[in-house]
Write a protein that binds this ligand. Structure first.
Ligand SMILES: [Ca+2]
Length: 105
């Protein structure tokens, strides 16, 4: 019997979680997936999401990518295709070692 894998051709919605550690006040990154539609705003005219104010302090733990002063995880909607995730240092005591992408629709 021949089985064929199903491949979705419609857009999909994702949330992104990362394992991070910060020192409390230095707790942010710049984040972007060019070509994705995001449900929260970029930071001013920087062209980036300012992912700031994390709850992890002095211990490794999981944080959703979200915008500064927002409590909800940001959702990234993408058509089928290949994308590049960009993460930039913003405050120099913030570290990141694992990224999990979860489909949420
Ligand atoms: Ca901060």
């Amino acid at each position: 019997m021949h089985e064929q894998s199903k491949k979705s051709l419609r857009e999909q919605k994702h949330e992104i979680t990362a394992r991070v550690i910060t020192n409390g006040s230095n707790d942010s990154f710049w984040f972007l997936i060019p070509g994705a539609t995001m449900d929260q705003p970029l930071y001013g005219d920087t062209g980036w999401v300012m992912w700031d104010s994390m709850t992890q302090e002095d211990v490794w733990g999981w944080e959703n990518v979200k915008v500064y002063n927002q409590s909800q995880a940001m959702q990234f909607t993408m058509d089928p295709g290949t994308y590049t995730m960009k993460i930039g240092v913003r405050e120099d005591e913030s570290q990141l070692d694992v990224i999990v992408i979860t489909r949420v629709d």
